[in-house]
Design a protein around this ligand. Structure first.
Ligand code: ZN
Length: 232
């Protein structure tokens, strides 16, 4: 059996969650799962419909984007995943979708304002939207440069990928990450839900104000702080 079987299985299961959660249409979207000790990740093959996927079809790639194992071509976004794994040593899973509400914010080139406690349960700041890529990056190694667009956006905003596990790429769509592929999928679903709530909030009240600091802190800390008390 392949030494990569566990990440192929993890990637397959996480990919299959995307259509179940309503985050993808047709072949859009991809999830990868990494094993840091093997310097490799497994990712969905390019253009294969979800109902035809199997664990065996997952493609194993190194952190430079070279295929190590698999008969099919990896997802066209593979180089973006590779750049993020290479630069961020603490992540083990990445998701890219074109989920409707998060993508609408990306197309509007707007950060998602922190309007409520659902948002604050997961992060304490607006969900960042990276600027659309410049012509040079688009004409060059596009998917590779998309990775750097994400990394540089967080750097410029003084944010850490450890605290902020989601981003929008302007005019494109969301990317999320986490320690595991399953948690990265969870983050994609949270992002989509928060994006929908923020849009509705602005529709109901165009002058809606952001959550106040005391509530942001309360909600984040009860899930993530040293004295967290959410869950069992
Ligand atoms: Zn895309």
């Amino acid at each position: 059996m392949s030494q990569y079987q566990h990440i192929k299985q993890e990637a397959f299961e996480a990919n299959m969650q995307l259509p179940k959660l309503g985050l993808v249409l047709f072949t859009f979207g991809n999830v990868s799962a990494a094993d840091r000790s093997l310097n490799a990740f497994a990712i969905k093959p390019s253009g294969v419909p979800y109902h035809q996927l199997s664990t065996e079809e997952m493609v194993v790639v190194d952190f430079d984007g070279n295929v190590i194992e698999g008969d099919l071509r990896p997802s066209s976004d593979t180089k973006t995943h590779a750049v993020l794994y290479k630069n961020w040593s603490n992540i083990g899973g990445i998701v890219h979708t074109h989920s409707t509400y998060a993508t609408a914010w990306a197309q509007s080139q707007r950060d998602i304002p922190i309007y409520g406690t659902t948002h604050a349960d997961h992060l304490t700041v607006d969900i960042p939207c990276a600027a659309p890529m410049n012509n040079e990056m688009i004409k060059g190694n596009y998917e590779h440069e998309t990775g750097y667009q994400i990394i540089n956006c967080l750097k410029e905003k003084g944010l850490s990928y450890i605290d902020i596990e989601m981003i929008l790429v302007g005019n494109h769509a969301p990317f999320t990450w986490a320690k595991t592929a399953a948690k990265a999928v969870y983050n994609s679903a949270v992002l989509e839900s928060v994006a929908k709530m923020a849009l509705l909030t602005e529709q109901i009240n165009p002058n809606a104000v952001k959550l106040k600091e005391a509530l942001i802190k309360k909600h984040y800390d009860r899930k993530h702080g040293p004295d967290s008390y959410y869950g069992q």
